[in-house]
Design a protein around this ligand. Structure first.
Ligand code: NDP
Ligand code: 13P
Length: 335
């Protein structure tokens, strides 16, 4: 597994590509932006996403998707959830034409709007079974900004096929990147997607000036409700106390690097949602995943008061303070 194509040169895709190159793999990275290709290949920088990082000169960028994935043993998708289906469709067609069967890995964290599908479900639908040798979700508490400076990071490679998960573990392991395997891909993908909703709430509490008690309460009760929905959707409850559950929840709810936390923080400060999205310049997955989770909870009659309160703020124009007051005034209950 030494030849890899990374699809997406945003903050996370470009940093993961850089880790793989440093681990001695032959890596091509695809981005749709011609200017970004030139910058990565000539200056070895990606200023819009990570202004400080100097990328390894062996990393090759291209905006030709067919050239990027030709003869690659692994294709790693790192694009926003909203783009996964269309890009997977294109990849599926190219692989069919070339009669190739790489391992498909993804590091994206969200649920598809409308269908409420997980990323690996979308990939299963769009890349024919005979053109992939497995699907692995790569997820855990990890911010591009910290991995870029080679800080210690632990991530899970999840697949129903343990051999595929182990192959991904081997590709990424080094002295600052430690990878675990997990066969519960449903739980790993759902934990990764849902924690972004709670991170929006944690950021909002911060923006409103609430203290650590409130944030700890939100994270704890947030974990309870996202696990509840996750288990109803087929996840193992244990996965929610692992890296892709509570691990990712902690980092996203407490880190200034988190786009979801930062978005919530700005909302808490009274900045309108449209301006928050416009100013971020990077994907804020929790906004769309909140809608998907809210709809799923309604359909399955799962109690998700925090997700519901955030939905009311994001999609129904509810004032954040009013939403918090309503959460606090719910009838008392047992933990
Ligand atoms: N940033 C992080 O630290 C982490 C992110 N993730 C997850 O990884 C995924 C990607 O996040 P991140 O790298 O932060 O996102 P960014 O917003 O930083 O980058 C997104 C990348 O995807 C590309 N892209 C966006 N829309 C499309 C499209 N329709 N078709 C093709 N390419 C597209 C962008 O291209 P362009 O520049 O042209 O817009 C860019 O290269 C998300 O699901 C996120 O939750 C997971 C762990 C850590
Ligand atoms: O998933 C992440 C950290 O593990 C990244 O979170 P953000 O998208 O909020 O930056």
């Amino acid at each position: 597994m030494s030849k890899v194509a990374v699809i997406g040169a945003g903050s996370w895709g470009s940093v993961l590509a850089n880790v793989l190159v440093k681990n001695g793999l032959d890596v091509k990275i695809w981005t749709r932006e011609e200017k970004q290709v030139a910058e990565l290949n000539q200056q070895h920088t990606n200023r819009h996403y990570l202004p400080e990082l100097k990328y390894d000169e062996r990393l090759i960028a291209t905006n030709d998707l067919a050239a990027a994935i030709k003869d690659r043993q692994v294709i790693l998708l790192v694009i926003p959830t909203v783009a996964i289906r269309t890009v997977s469709q294109k990849i599926g067609k190219i692989l069919q034409e070339n009669n190739e069967q790489p391992l498909i890995v993804h590091a994206s964290k969200g649920l598809e709007l409308g269908t409420h599908k997980r990323i690996s479900e979308i990939i299963t639908e769009e890349i024919p079974a005979e053109n992939r040798s497995g699907i692995v979700a790569f997820s855990g508490p990890s911010h591009a900004e910290e991995v870029a400076r080679q800080d210690i990071t632990l991530i899970t490679a999840a697949s129903t096929d343990l051999t595929a998960a182990k192959a991904v573990q081997k590709m990424f392991m080094n002295d600052f990147f430690r990878i675990y395997t997990n066969e519960d891909i449903v739980g790993v993908e759902l934990g990764a997607a849902f924690k972004n909703i709670i991170a929006l709430g944690a950021g909002a509490l911060h923006g409103l000036g609430y203290g650590d008690d409130a944030k700890a309460a939100l994270m704890t009760r947030g974990l309870a409700e996202i696990s509840r929905l996750g288990v109803a959707m087929g996840a193992k409850s244990q996965t929610f106390i692992g890296l892709s559950g509570v691990g990712d929840l902690i980092v996203t709810c407490t880190s200034v690097h988190s786009r979801n936390w930062r978005a919530g923080n700005q909302l808490g400060q009274g900045i309108p949602l449209a301006d928050v999205i416009e100013n971020m310049g990077m994907v804020i997955e929790g906004i769309t995943t909140n809608k998907a989770a809210y709809e799923l909870a309604q359909q399955q009659q799962i109690d998700m008061p925090i997700t519901q309160a955030i939905y009311q703020v994001l999609y129904q124009g509810c004032d954040i303070k009013k939403a918090i007051t309503e959460l606090m005034q719910r009838e008392g209950r047992s933990e």
